[in-house]
Design a protein. Sequence first.
Length: 393
Amino acid sequence: MDPINRRNAIAGTAGLLLVKPETAFGSQANSAVAFGIIGTGGRGRYVGTHMARDPRARLAAICDLFPDRIDLAKTQVPGADQARTYRNYQELLAQPDLDAVLIATPVFLHPEHFEAAVQANKHIYCEKPAGADVAGVKRLMRAGERASKAKTVQFGFQQRFSPEYLKAEAILREGKIGRLTLMMTYWVIGSQPMTEFQSPYPPEERKLRHWALWHDYSGSPIVEQDCHGVDTINWFARAHPVKAVGRGGVRFPLPFGDWTSDYHDIIYTYPDGLEGWLISIKHTSGFRDVKEQFYGSKGMLETARTYYRWHGPTQTAPLKNADDLRDRSLIEKGESKREITIDAVEAFFTSIVDQKPYNHYLDAANSTLTSLLGRMAYETRREVTWDELLRSA
């Protein structure tokens, strides 16, 4: 068996065979949005399940390089057992009856697969981030610029579609916390560190199968995981940073993979001196603290996947504990009604059905580049500017 390396994982087969769709969704008012899934690993099956459960959608095709992943999708994703199956993503994209595609492949493949989906003129839901390195993100940006304005292009930054995050953003925009002066994002999560590694796959498949553990395949945790919080502070700041400094390293060396950090502390500087801090720790033995905080001159907002909280000088509850000042500063809170990926999937199909497309490629690219900026800062242990990052590839 030939080794499955970076090159043939990208290519699948030689040459692109892409055919523009002959019919676009909307030509028949009662049609379901036919979509395909490229990449039926864990995330592809998870998001694909939510997509398949949307009554306006129909799963028509699935694709993965590995047959066992296809088999899992057939048993776990509604309708996948009746969908056409492919081992080559180019063949899936060539199908003229597919309106949309979910790209849920390893991070380093996102630019290649996204570019091909743009060429195929599909609506695109691409998992985050936009790439594993600067060159890949630039490639995705060039493709995003060429995407049809009639097509929705969305990325897996679910926070942007959560009603609770949108409510918190509205509070900020309405000036209720005053001038924004500091942002913080925490991505503290993880199980116990690995002390040994045993893969069930043949050696030639292991790196691709376990892509998240490799720097060039995933971008390392700051890119593959922490990008969610980085995207949120970029969104609330309405900007990307101009420079960054930071520290990071590996507390628990992995027996497999080459992460450059399992903890890092990054300070991003945005226009007008606004700072955004990223605090990230992996291997926390089950402890979790994933949230964002936004500090202003009149109040503070805290956001998470399950809630938002608005704090300020107005006292709405008695002080219960001398150490818990949050009780008396809480003005308003909201709890998430469902997992926010469902909100993102619903927004995607609503934009297609209502024929109100949007293209989020630039936001996704900038948030990925912001994560890469932080990585470059802690790896070089010096201040790195946005312009220097862009010149690096």
